[in-house]
Design a protein around this ligand. Structure first.
Ligand SMILES: O=c1ccn([C@@H]2O[C@H](COP(=O)(O)OP(=O)(O)O[C@H]3O[C@H](CO)[C@@H](O)[C@H](O)[C@H]3O)[C@@H](O)[C@H]2O)c(=O)[nH]1
Length: 507
């Protein structure tokens, strides 16, 4: 029988595009699956997305198509949030995705969408694809809260931000008011309603791939599979297949950042980067600069001028330097580097001189750090980032965080300096513990992807389940002749269907 052909669809924004490109790469390199990736991007406003696509195309066997962008400004209310714009854009892409699939010479057999693209799963049904899956580019606690949202929607009255007690999620860590995902902040907003819809659509897939691994989040994964209440809403298999992150390029362009890093002591430098779009208020930038200076530690700081999530702006060195304290660049010339361009983050984090990462905690950045054993100083923004912070500090133990959300209070220079020292200084006990844990997590992340490691096995389980669905499509017409489809029995099903675990789950 033919090799499966997986169709992956990425929603706009690097936080979704990069994980989908990497998943495609993994499917084609580990399972030898034929992969086509359809990238819905922010359009011409984001050259960084285009570059990510062409870099991925250079090193994978996947076919990658950037779909023509659709303008959704007239489809959303003025002032609509980024999340609303992304889901509306994905909805508007349905005809384009359908046409793209119809025009393919080799028809896809299985579809994978990220969680903003769940509405596109109907295209898979219309075009008779064997199965459809959702790829959660974040972690399993996020997945648990998301799928449980329709229940919370029924049982919780009023706004979640006003709750006194943390929200109970069966079998999982409860979610306090600060950890609420961005889309839960205002129940009357369209993004909340769209998220409840996404949550209801996820269990209508054939399963969920999630970018975490058993050893990192075993309890939450068990709850999704076995907790009586949570597994009833999850309904479908969950495949932890992480960490799936970008690898550094084999040949990098010469870069002054690395010339500088090569001269620094091992694990002595703090890397500061707030993601693809994260920027700070002027006052906060000043305090962060003074805090880095006060810490006395070395740093590489990626500092770009403000950008919107759906359009990463280019840098402007002069404008960036005027947002720093007077004389900062001169005073820190020997200890720090301010980078105003898009930085080669994975390669920087892989450098032996990096001892800590001040991060906004987007999940890709988190995984890129964990897989290099680099502890994190949490500086969260919106989305699910405060949840990520709690996970990293309270559950996994590889991070320190600011006392308040930086979006709610300006973080002072003393606090910045003390957290930076905790992460990169050698003498501090808490820091030592965190650094030791970060190293353990790095080892476990590597193990998950060795031959027969947990994520490796999970990906093969997914492949087997896809094959089972394909076999069934072939088999069912032979046992129910009146229900004959276009397929014929080419080979017997892999296992007697009624004894297969997929069916055990439904019986
Ligand atoms: O100068 C830079 C800045 C960023 N990156 C890369 O850009 C990606 C950023 O991804 P991520 O860390 O996940 O941040 P966002 O793009 O902000 O991610 C969005 O999507 C994530 C996954 O769903 C969520 O966890 C976040 O909260 C949400 O903001 C990472 O691969 C970084 O390596 C660079 O290479 N160079």
């Amino acid at each position: 029988m033919d090799q499966p052909h997986a169709l992956l669809v990425a929603s706009p924004g690097l936080g979704h595009l990069i994980p989908i490109l990497e998943l495609g790469n993994r499917l084609s390199s580990v399972l030898s699956v034929h992969v086509t990736i359809l990238a819905v991007t922010c359009g011409s406003s984001s050259p960084v997305e285009t570059e990510a696509i062409s870099l991925a195309a250079e090193r994978t066997a996947c076919e990658i198509m950037e779909l023509p962008s659709v303008d959704v400004d007239n489809l959303v209310e003025p002032g609509a949030t980024v999340i609303t714009k992304i889901v509306v854009k994905m909805r508007a892409m349905k005809p384009t995705v359908r046409d793209a699939v119809k025009s393919m010479k080799r028809k896809p057999t299985v579809m994978i969408v990220d969680f903003f693209g769940t509405e596109l799963m109907s295209v898979a049904s219309d075009l008779d694809l064997t199965a459809k899956y959702v790829y959660v580019t974040s972690h399993s606690w996020f997945l648990a809260v998301l799928v449980y949202l329709p229940i919370l929607d029924k049982i919780v009255e009023g706004e979640y931000v006003k709750i006194k007690e943390p929200l109970k999620i069966p079998g999982c860590k409860p979610v306090g008011p600060k950890e609420l995902m961005e889309m839960m902040l205002d129940r009357s907003d369209q993004r909340y309603k769209e998220c409840v819809r996404v949550a209801l659509e996820i269990p209508m897939s054939n399963g969920v791939l999630v970018n975490t691994w058993e050893e990192l989040q075993g309890n939450t994964l068990d709850a999704l599979r076995e907790d009586r209440e949570l597994s009833r809403v999850m309904k479908v298999p969950v495949y932890p297949i992480g960490p799936i992150v970008r690898t550094k390029r084999l040949v990098e362009k010469p870069n002054s950042i690395f010339e500088w890093l090569d001269k620094q002591r091992e694990r002595s430098v703090m890397y500061v980067c707030l993601g693809s779009s994260g920027t700070l208020l002027f006052e906060q930038t000043m305090k962060l600069a003074r805090g880095l200076e006060l810490s006395g530690k070395r740093f590489v700081w990626v500092l770009r001028k403000p950008a919107s999530y759906l359009g990463v702006s280019s840098s402007d060195d002069e404008q960036v330097s005027t947002s720093l304290p007077e004389g900062f660049l001169d005073r820190t010339r020997d200890v720090g580097l301010v980078v105003t361009q898009w930085a080669p983050q994975v390669k920087i984090l892989s450098h032996g001189s990096i001892g800590g990462f001040l991060s906004h905690c987007g999940w890709s950045s988190v995984l890129e750090s964990l897989t290099k054993g680099v502890p994190i100083m949490v500086w969260t923004g919106p989305a699910e980032q405060w949840m990520n912070a709690t996970l990293l500090t309270e559950e996994i133990g590889v991070a320190v965080r600011t006392s308040e959300l930086p979006s709610e209070r300006i973080i002072g220079r003393e606090e910045v300096a003390s957290l930076v020292r905790k992460i990169v200084a050698e003498a501090d006990e808490k820091g030592k513990k965190i650094r030791a844990k970060a190293e353990k997590v790095r080892v476990s992340s590597e193990r998950a992807w060795t031959q027969n490691g947990s994520s490796h096995r999970s990906l093969f389980e997914w492949e087997n389940d896809v094959a089972l669905y394909r076999d069934l499509l072939v088999y069912i017409p032979t046992i129910f002749p009146s229900n004959q489809g276009p397929l014929t029995l080419a080979s017997p099903p892999a296992k007697p269907w009624h004894r297969h675990p997929l069916f055990a789950r439904f019986s």
